[in-house]
Ligand binder design. Sequence first.
Ligand code: H79
Length: 436
Amino acid sequence: MAHNQEWLDRQERTRWFLQDRFGMFIHWGLYAIPARGEWVRNVERTTVEDYQAYFDEFDPVDYDPRAWARAAKQAGMKYAVLTAKHHDGFCLFDSKLTDYKSTKTKAGRDLVAEFLEAFRAEGLKVGLYYSLIDWHHEDYPAYGDAHHPMRDNEAYKRDPSTFDRYLDYMHGQVRELLTNYGKLDLMWFDFSYDEMQGEKWRASELIRMMRTLQPHIVIDNRLEAGGEGGGSIYTKEPLAYAGDFASPEQIIPPTGVTDADGQPIPWEACVTLNNNWGYVASDTNYKTPTLVIRKLIECVSKNGNLLLNVGPDARGRIPRQSLDILAEVGDWMALNGDSIYGCGQAELPKPDWGRYTQKGNKLYAHVFEESVGAINLAGLAGRIKRARLLADGSELPVSRPWNAALFEADAFFNFARPEHYTYPLPDARGTVVELE
Ligand code: H79
């Protein structure tokens, strides 16, 4: 089956996205105040009235998106996505269609506009997250809806015929975002479920409008799917609203994301730094910088991106622990970013000591495990012109040591100079050798 135009356009639109590989997700809203996660209303069945306390109180005096942008850039991230509206319906932008927005709080600021300006100023690409689900809007199904805080509260029975009013509102807000805020590089919708998918959102109409306003905007696949995947993005004839990339949530697909013929489909794993998207002070279950680095490498080795989340607190500060992790990831990226940006899956299978990424005729050997003896480059005998430690450019001899005579089809290298049998990895987080 031939590719349709949607498929071909996707190739064009996602060029920068596949190049950049590493982005920052930012989950921020009223839920930073209760600090029990962005699903707090749902989990605790909080009414709109009870949640109102956080709206009345919201006053992020330390909001300085330029500091966020510097942290993202220093970490080696190339794009960022902010929650313009999460499921609770609170808007971080000055929408004319609601008063449930940051400009009507003590903040008195268009937080989205300031985010966009700050991140663009650092040279990062910018995206907005917009929740399809809305627990605040009175025309969004509540009673009986799988994901609504009031799903089992009969007082919240709603007339299904008014759902179109919500869709007018939702389309109107997307129009505002794509009209009033300059060029947006990415739009991250969240999320479809059960029969709430595709044309239930009037998705064809929405996409037509979006492509008229901003033809190049990259869009996720969640007008048609949830975090578990699905939808026509996996086919050679995706629908107009299939999206430009798959969005596995809190998981890295074992073998990447491919279509029926095994051809790669753009994808981005969205992953939290601790165990929550929104700010939760008590959640100190942070991933180590080494794990983050290795998971980023893993994504790229499977042709994917990593969208790594931070959850700023109610005052507007990214948690100290998150900043510390990002700084260390950034130190590694500053020296080894060539093995990430513009790279993808290698032609060779995964080696047992780590992973490969590849860009053209350059192969990046990411060594995670200390070796006993020389490191085996299976399948590369006679094919390597030179090997360099990426972090400092130093030469690494590629040879076949005496004790590898039986494996003579393979090439080997060794971090030791002169050659020893064991040697500590130059960088325990992930040592990268550039092979040409
Ligand atoms: O915005 C982030 C999440 O809020 C949202 N998507 C990411 C990017 C998301 N939507 N659905 N899910 C995450 C998965 C749903 C998980 C749930 Fe639960 C399990 C909802 C209710 C039970 C997690 C655990 C949230 C509350 C308890």
